[in-house]
Design a protein around this ligand. Sequence first.
Ligand code: NDP
Length: 298
Amino acid sequence: MAERIDGKAVAAEVIERVKRAADALREKTGTKTGLAVVIVGDDPASQVYVASKGRMAKECGFHSVEHRLPEDASGDELIDLVGRLNDDPSIHGILVQLPLPAHMDAGRVIQTISPEKDVDGFHFINVGKLGTGERETAFVPCTPAGSMLLIERTIGKELSGKTAVVVGRSNIVGKPMANLLLAANATVTIAHSRTPDLAAVCRTADVLVAAVGRPEMVRGDWIKPGAVVIDVGINRIDAPERGEGKTRLVGDVAYGEAEKVASAITPVPGGVGPMTIAMLMANAVTSAYRAAGEQPPS
Ligand code: NDP
């Protein structure tokens, strides 16, 4: 049976390190790490994410602020707010919770965030730095960064000679994930909805990352024996076995089948999910170190 990669435990370790780093910076320079989360409208899932980010920021000892704009706020109002946060020296990380209401141009808003405070790593400057290997001053998107840390903890930092397949090519998960694997010297394939014979492509992977958003699409017989499987997907499906109207979370990988073939696999929930928020906190404290002219801890 595959090792179950415990994302919760690794995330808890990251959070402990972030707390210590934030304390050390405050003691040395008086700088308190500041994280601003901006939410527009009342999408219930976004409310939950924003609340947990705020809670975690407080737990890390950060100066944590939340800005709420009504659903009908204009794009310019949001951009003005981001501009004020860019200019506020007590804020080191700015996170605009997505999705934004349809009348707002999310791309334009993200490009308004100062790259030095773009702790989500979505600004073109940070995307470009990751793509060109300028990691020292970049912010890496949190979900791929967290997935990479789980891979490192499982098989080490050096992936030369290993084949990696990333299923999914989104800007927030698939593409940055592929860049991180490439930087670790893996031979990387990115697969997507137009990839013929996806199962055969997946079977070449020593490291398989599924970031698709299709419940349990990756079956056990798509997995190379001994592969490390990172399941980024979070899908809510009906669970009539738990009672009428009940649901449960599953990943993009059929866990029960995959654990019989893989050497290690992340569960859903409890795998990549907890890592995302932990890496966000890590990016925020890194930003505060940079702003204070200090070397961030690794
Ligand atoms: P997107 O919808 O932006 O991208 C999905 C990707 O999967 C696309 O590249 C798409 O291909 C590809 N795809 C879709 N269907 C298929 C198929 N049948 N065969 C092969 N490829 C397919 O999703 P995200 O990248 O934002 O998220 C992916 C998953 O990860 C979701 O379940 C999401 O909930 C989860 N997620 C989890 C996070 C966490 O914290 N754990 C954070 C962020 C996301 P194409 O480009 O050709 O359309």
